[in-house]
Design a protein around this ligand. Structure first.
Ligand code: SF4
Length: 294
């Protein structure tokens, strides 16, 4: 495990309810985000994360309410800026386990510009994107993942645009852990979340999380016959090409860890540079420039 791995107190085993705050969620009954927050409680308990070393950060949207429901440090930020706030938290307190929660609108529209930069930094934090393919909080406008041709309040004759595939995007911008799961399966979600939190680097988990109010009951039911839950070892998670195929919405919709790459995290690289510098084996910019001066 890296120095940024979750802090585990073996003396006191936490239970999922220890991470639950008294504040009751205000989501609509049946919203997929209930499943996600419950899977998160289970993940935190399974990893026995210390609440004082845990921060949940979000942007704006229905799913971004999650920090308010977790008994740990939390920050419900501004629209599309969850990754920037989380980056600040992680840089200031590298020992903190940082989990980012947000929706498709928050992360793939106004927040899109931050995604590739979070990926290339490879900071050790986990980004959980709850994708309901609609703007729920603002009452049903099409989002960047809304299906082509779908009628919404802002596409009354059908969505002209093509949707973004979030896992394909994550893979393309160099995320070192890419996974997909479904908001109605707490066991699977929590297994994936655990692996994502334990990953050394930036991890991205795409969750198909239904919006019962603006996308109707059983939003993802039509995908069920195509859903395929990957078994451990069934797929080589280090194979980029294989991962690329499995990110696509083809005949099968693959769930599980699609890609994982071992790579030095930002903080590990930072420590290496810092130590080299302290030991005098790395030159300062002034020293490098001096060598070129006559
Ligand atoms: Fe969930 Fe949709 Fe209701 Fe928002 S509007 S709480 S996403 S069901």
């Amino acid at each position: 495990m890296s120095s940024n791995s979750p802090t585990i107190d073996h003396a006191c085993q936490h239970k999922p309810k220890d991470y639950k705050r008294a504040l009751k969620p205000v989501w609509c009954p049946g919203c997929g985000d209930y499943g996600v927050v419950n899977a998160l409680y289970k993940t935190m308990a399974d990893l026995n994360l210390q609440r004082e070393d845990l921060a949940v950060v979000s942007g704006i949207g229905c799913s971004s309410r999650i920090p308010g429901y977790v008994n740990a440090y939390g920050f419900n930020g501004v629209h599309g800026r969850a990754l920037t706030i989380a980056t600040g938290v992680k840089l200031a307190r590298p020992e903190t386990t940082v989990i980012i929660c947000g929706g498709d609108g928050d992360g793939l529209a106004i927040g899109m510009g931050h995604f590739p930069h979070a990926a290339r930094r490879n900071l050790n934090m986990t980004y959980i994107m709850m994708d309901n393919r609609i703007y729920g909080l603002t009452k049903g406008q099409m989002s960047p993942t809304t299906e082509h041709d779908l009628r919404t309040k802002t596409s009354t004759k059908g969505n002209i645009e093509q949707p973004i595939n979030p896992v394909l995007l994550a893979l393309s911008v160099g995320v070192t852990f890419v996974a997909r799961t479904v908001g109605t399966n707490i066991k699977h979600m929590s297994e994936i979340f655990k692996q994502a939190v334990e990953h050394n680097g930036f991890s991205f988990v795409h969750v198909l999380s239904p919006c019962i109010t603006f996308r109707g009951k059983g939003q993802f039911d039509n995908l069920e016959s195509r859903t395929h839950f990957l078994e451990p070892g069934e797929h080589d998670v280090t194979d980029f090409r294989e991962a690329h195929e499995k990110t696509m919405f083809g005949e099968k919709l693959y769930m599980g860890v699609l890609y994982q790459q071992k790579k030095e995290s930002f903080m590990q690289r930072y420590e290496t540079i810092r130590n080299d510098f302290m030991q005098g084996s790395r030159k300062t910019v002034v020293e490098v420039v001096d060598e070129f001066l006559p």
